[in-house]
Design a protein around this ligand. Structure first.
Ligand SMILES: NC(=O)C1=CN([C@@H]2O[C@H](COP(=O)(O)OP(=O)(O)OC[C@H]3O[C@@H](n4cnc5c(N)ncnc54)[C@H](OP(=O)(O)O)[C@@H]3O)[C@@H](O)[C@H]2O)C=CC1
Ligand SMILES: O=C(O)C1=N[C@H](C(=O)O)C[C@H](O)C1
Length: 266
């Protein structure tokens, strides 16, 4: 397999540092550069806590994507910056692999059109953990039989977006098989606003944020005299890295945008 040259945006972050470790472990991946918010021009290996990899850090994303010869950008930053980086990558012939969540539907549509226009493989995956992808697929299957469903996602308290990208994607998959309808009593009233969570075509989504959590989701279905709970827990961010690696390998073969890792699995 040819070496794939990768730029990582957000190298000091919880996910970005895991991605650097993964690149260091994989012989067919090499780090071409990093996009960070500080330490312009410094080598990655000179930053305490980051792996011993030879590549310059850029604080100017545009300059990095313009100057550095790279095949793929892995973006693990924030919703606003991730969107800007993805557009810059596509406009500079670099294939984006995006784990960053919190993009709007309009942004996703715009990026889909841009990837198609440029014919550049792009992977945007709200969750790279294989177990989470299965949890979402199982939930879509269950919703055919149990149309009353609530999603409870639980994350660490540094998370910027709510609901999580995974919860949004789960709801989208369920909506493909579930007819919109109100859940709960027709005269139900919230005495504390928000008590029933977000309302997505009648399906409720609840977001919990606490220190100590990593990334967890339960999809609870209710039927006559029974409930079904489909649950996934990421207890370490290593759980996402086999999916990131797969996305990088597939991005260089694709010529359109793929939204969700399920499209890359057998
Ligand atoms: N798809 C998936 O499987 C997963 C996705 N995620 C998503 O990945 C993203 C990152 O998560 P996480 O690692 O936990 O978050 P962190 O806050 O730990 O990391 C984000 C990093 O991005 C940096 N950053 C912010 N703006 C820029 C910029 N303009 N240029 C370069 N770097 C920037 C931050 O720097 P600073 O510290 O200076 O602000 C920080 O180091 C989130 O959107 C999260 O939802 C997370 C886990 C799994
Ligand atoms: O911010 C996180 O941590 C995570 N974000 C993604 C999301 O929004 O779904 C994936 C995973 O849940 C971890």
């Amino acid at each position: 397999m040819e070496t794939i040259k990768v730029i990582v945006a957000g190298p000091r972050g919880k996910m970005g540092s895991e991605a650097l470790n993964m690149i260091q472990r994989e012989q067919h991946l090499s780090l071409a550069a990093c996009i960070d918010r500080e330490n312009d021009g410094i080598n990655v290996k000179d930053i305490h806590g980051l792996p011993d990899l030879d590549a310059l850090i850029y604080t100017d994303a545009e300059a990095c994507l313009n100057e550095v010869e790279a095949d793929v950008l892995i973006d693990l930053t924030t919703p606003d910056n991730g969107y800007i980086h993805t557009k810059l990558a596509l406009n500079n012939g670099v294939r984006p692999v995006v784990g960053t969540t919190g993009f709007t539907q309009e942004q996703l549509q715009e990026l889909t059109s841009l990837a198609e226009e440029k014919q550049l493989g792009t992977v945007i995956a709200p969750n790279f953990a294989i177990g989470a992808v299965l949890m979402m697929q199982f939930s879509k299957w269950a919703a055919k039989h149990f149309p009353d469903v609530e999603i409870i996602e639980k994350h660490h308290d540094q998370k910027l977006d709510a609901p999580s990208g995974t919860a949004v994607k789960t709801a989208e998959l369920i909506k493909e098989v579930r007819n919109p309808h109100h859940q709960g009593h027709k005269d139900e009233k919230e005495t504390l606003p928000g008590a029933r969570g977000a309302d997505e075509e009648g399906m409720r989504i609840h977001s919990m944020r606490l220190p100590g959590l990593v990334a967890h989701q339960e999809v609870v279905f209710g039927g006559l005299g029974e409930t079904l709970t489909i649950k996934h827990d990421s207890i370490h961010r290593e759980s996402f890295m086999s999916g990131v690696k797969l996305a990088v390998e597939k991005a260089v073969e694709l010529d359109t945008l793929v939204y969700g890792l399920e499209h890359l699995l057998d």
